[in-house]
Ligand binder design. Structure first.
Ligand code: GLC
Length: 472
């Protein structure tokens, strides 16, 4: 069995291997896709201008944030105290049902508005007009700081009638229906932007925001002259955050498991990098590898359960959380792994079999971390070709936070790519930043609306408040 394990694991390892040269190739291709996207040409990277720059850290006041992007969504009230400090937020979490995620768009927005009503009632928030930052973690063609149309759904969302619509307008309409009149939606932000902005409120080196969770994506700080498709006014700082939507990058070498997963996915041909890297898919890739071993009679003998026999699965059969638990199993006989497998219907497993399962999870994780690092490397080189400055990447998401070895794999790949210059790149966990970041952007946008002053998030992005005055 041991020999069998070694040979099959090394074969699988080869199918998922990415050499340093492969990573460099990905970086090159990624940069070329970035350039095309920034120029407005055909590219798998949308490179969306966000109408937002880094904050100054001086933003102040009470703000509401609404954070939608996964099956949970949150409403927060946050006090920004200036000097990079914030008070403890008041938070309510809600679970979305299938009918919200995959039904009619109006059901989704009505539900959100109903939750907002509950939030305001619970905390008796009624005195003044409140500014709200809306974190909406999907590809949105931003037309102003507080408006933008949904390009396409990603992850497992498919609510009808929303693609092509202004999501802020949909939210405001739903608010009106539920009598939520006090809330003024003053910013629409992607979760990567929220994560970056929240970190940059305290750390001036922060110029990248990354999500490695259910989905994956990154935003970074670009010079306006580099955004060749930008037709808006020039800005004092000359910079703006750009949402890469890197999950859709499609210049990756795919193996048979990737091809199979993509072919059976809801958005075939899209979100190729996301399908190799993010939490929605990592467990499923590992499962597909295990299914093959079971089919070849190399794993679980007669014990194979449905979970490891079904060809087409989905994110819920062998969830990435299981892979994380297995990768964190430190017991000699991999008892926790045994328990997970038993819960999935494989009642009896040998230690060797559990090791195979763990090794497969590690192979899939390592490749994901290496791809994410190559993409990150490309983004850093775009900002600073010689890596002469310090860069902090604020990273949020369950894969980065909870999958044992993921962060270490990323750090190792960074050193492999950049040698000693990698020490200028800080990868830092920025938990739950996206809501806070949305509140900060709302603060900036609201301030600019009230005084008609120049947008002072970081420096200036011209006069862009809640009113969509710039169409791209
Ligand atoms: C998906 C979305 C993107 C988001 C990411 C992380 O890739 O398209 O907008 O940032 O998931 O939530």
């Amino acid at each position: 069995m041991k020999k069998l394990r070694n040979s099959s694991i090394s074969r699988i390892g080869k199918e998922f291997a990415l050499s340093t040269a492969d990573l460099r190739r990905i970086m090159r291709e990624f940069r070329s896709e970035m350039a095309k996207g920034l120029a407005g040409g055909k590219s798998s990277l949308k490179m969306i201008p966000t109408y937002v720059d880094k904050p100054t850290g001086r933003e102040k006041g009470d703000f509401i944030a609404l954070d939608l992007g996964g099956t949970n969504f949150r409403i927060l009230e946050i006090a920004l105290k200036g000097g990079g400090r914030t008070g403890d937020p008041r938070i309510m979490k809600f679970v979305l049902q299938k009918r919200h995620v995959n039904g009619q768009g109006s059901e989704l927005f009505d539900f959100i508005a109903g939750c907002m009503r509950k939030f305001l009632d619970k905390y008796r928030i009624s005195d003044d007009k409140l500014d709200l930052g809306f974190t909406f973690s999907f590809p949105v063609n931003q037309t102003a700081v507080a408006s933008g149309t949904l390009v396409c759904w990603t992850k497992d969302f498919s609510a009808k009638g929303v693609v092509g619509q202004d999501v802020v307008a949909l939210l405001v309409r739903a608010f009106r229906k539920k009598g939520v009149d006090l809330v003024n939606v003053s910013a629409l932000v992607n979760d990567t932007v929220g994560t970056l902005v929240a970190k940059a409120y305290q750390d001036t080196d922060c110029d990248i925001g990354i999500i490695l969770g259910t989905g994956t994506n990154a935003c970074y700080r670009e010079s306006l002259s580099g955004i060749r498709k930008w037709r808006g006014p020039s800005t004092k700082s000359g910079k703006m955050l750009v949402n890469t939507e890197w999950g859709n990058f499609n210049k990756l070498k795919l193996n048979r498991y990737d091809t199979f997963l993509d072919a059976h996915s809801e958005n075939k041909g899209y979100q190729i990098l996301e399908k190799a890297v993010s939490g929605m898919y990592l467990g499923e890739i590992a499962r597909l590898v295990l299914v093959n071993l079971v089919k070849d009679g190399m794993l679980f003998g007669e014990m194979g359960s449905k979970v490891f026999k079904k060809a087409v699965g989905g994110a819920k059969l062998f969830r990435s959380e299981y892979a994380s638990e297995i990768l964190g199993d430190r017991s000699a006989g991999l008892a926790a792994t045994g328990r997970i497998l038993a819960s999935l219907g494989v009642r009896k497993t040998s230690t060797e079999e559990r090791r195979v399962v763990r090794d497969v999870c590690a192979i899939v994780r390592r490749r994901a971390a290496r791809i994410a690092t190559a993409a990150l490397g490309a983004v850093i080189l775009e900002m600073d070709g010689r890596i002469a400055r310090r860069h902090t990447a604020a990273i949020d998401g369950s894969v980065y936070e909870k999958m044992p070895g993921f962060a270490a794999d990323m750090r190792a790949a960074l050193v492999e790519l950049f040698g000693s210059r990698a020490s200028r790149i800080k990868l830092t966990l920025a938990k739950d930043g996206s809501g806070k970041g949305a509140a900060i952007v709302a603060a900036v946008a609201a301030g600019e609306n009230r005084d008609s002053a120049h947008f002072s998030c970081g420096e200036s992005v011209g006069k862009m408040g809640a009113v969509p005055i710039i169409k791209s």
